[in-house]
Design a protein around this ligand. Structure first.
Ligand code: ADP
Ligand code: MG
Length: 390
């Protein structure tokens, strides 16, 4: 796929975007808005089990310059794929295809919720890697939603915004995702991770100041094509639902004692799936305690255990991902794990400050030796959620 690379070359600068807006529409935008991608620190495949997750927002984000339009239609330009699309109220039908569905879906979800919207010109650019599990889609939705809410003077609370953005992705685009991505892109604050309860939708900011601990977070995109992701995701979800039914609980979040639960389950595969979900939920709670106490280095064994659980019990890792985690640890990372739904995508590693670059290069070397394509890495800084910039 060509344009995930293109995405990285586009400037992430608000002033440059204002210029691009001017070139496109011959007028100044009414404002510039931003919403970030995210990485999940810990809590994988816990969301649809009514459990806990702990993402933080990335510095990589979608920027949108926007201004009202008088003819009631919407025109949106992505500088990433050099494409302009226009749609009107009558075109807002769930199932719309193409990248513009992520934008139209937000208009649709807002209107469906009873908000009245005027038309708008939107020009956007993004440096969130696309299709890497860092949620470029939620960043796009949340940026559009924030811009349209302001342009139309809509008073919508943060969590409600996240829910509307999720609804647009589920019901309009047709991607069955949980609430984590949009909650992270909307609710995260700089310097914090977001402890999010997927059942109650309670959210807590947890201080995550890696630099004060002499540490940093390396994110490495293995660039592995995740071919199996849809079917395997559905299979894992079905196993979890089946297990909850067999155990007589509303969701696996409600399993308090893992050993007792395992004894009640006859099938070894289902046992492993349950063990991952229950122990992963416990690891999120442990990670929250560790961060609240400012003991950031103590996250490392939790990251390692999370990876082992995804590899051995949930069986959602693939060889390049396992290699990246192994080499990260062997090159000085304190702990590392795959992040995201699995079968490819990114790893995160907790590394000594200043070491991310070197460790990223070590992993790239091991990929070349193994015959895998080159991975891409960066240092992740816990950043702000969706906001108006100008
Ligand atoms: P992820 O959210 O993990 O990056 P998804 O498959 O959920 O991957 O979403 C990626 C899709 O979102 C892209 O294929 C494209 O349709 C849309 N998208 C994301 N960012 C942009 C952008 N800057 N411009 C246009 N479309 C985008
Ligand atoms: Mg997505």
């Amino acid at each position: 796929m060509a344009w995930p690379d293109t995405v990285r070359r586009v400037s992430n600068d608000a002033d440059a975007l204002v210029e691009a807006f001017h070139a496109q529409t011959d007028r100044r935008p009414a404002g510039v808005w931003a919403a970030p991608g995210r990485v999940n620190l810990i809590g994988e495949h816990t969301d649809y089990n009514d459990g806990y997750v702990m993402p933080f927002a990335l510095a990589q984000r979608v920027l949108i310059a926007a201004a009202p339009r008088q003819d009631g239609s919407w025109s949106v330009t992505s500088l990433n794929n050099h494409s302009t699309e226009t749609f009107e109220s009558a075109d807002l039908q769930p199932g719309m295809t193409g990248w513009q569905a992520y934008v139209a879906g937000v208009v649709w979800a807002l209107e469906e919720a009873g908000h009245r919207l005027g038309g708008a010109d939107l020009v956007l650019s993004s440096d969130v890697p696309v299709g890497a599990g860092l949620s470029s889609s939620a960043a796009l939705e949340c940026a559009v939603l924030t811009a349209l809410a302001d342009l139309n003077d809509l008073d919508i609370a943060g969590l409600e915004r996240a829910k509307l953005a999720r609804r647009s992705e589920n019901a309009f685009v047709g991607a069955p995702t949980g609430l984590m991505d949009q909650a992270a892109s909307t609710l995260c604050t700089a310097g914090n991770a977001l402890f999010f309860d997927c059942r109650t939708t309670e959210a807590e900011q947890v201080r995550f100041d890696t630099s004060s601990a002499g540490l940093e977070i390396l994110v490495l995109d293995t660039k592995t094509p995740h071919a199996l992701v849809d079917s395997e995701y559905a299979a894992r979800r079905a196993s979890c639902e089946e297990a909850a039914r067999l155990l007589g609980v509303p969701a696996l979040r409600d399993v308090s004692d893992v050993d007792t639960a395992l004894q009640q389950l006859p099938d070894p595969v289902i046992q492993r799936r349950v063990r991952h979900v229950v122990t992963e939920n416990a690891r999120v709670l442990e990670a929250v305690s560790v961060l609240r106490a400012g003991r950031i280095a103590d996250l490392a064994p939790l990251l390692d255990a999370s990876h082992a659980s995804m590899r051995d019990d949930f069986e959602i890792t693939v060889p390049p991902v396992d290699l990246a985690v192994e080499v990260a640890r062997g090159s000085g990372a304190l702990g590392a794990r795959m992040t995201g739904g699995g079968f490819g995508g990114c790893i995160i590693a907790l590394v000594p400050a200043g070491e991310a670059e070197r460790i990223g290069r070590e992993i790239a070397k091991s990929f070349a030796t193994a015959g895998y394509g080159p991975p891409v890495h960066f240092t992740a800084v816990p950043s702000a959620g969706a906001q108006r910039l100008q």
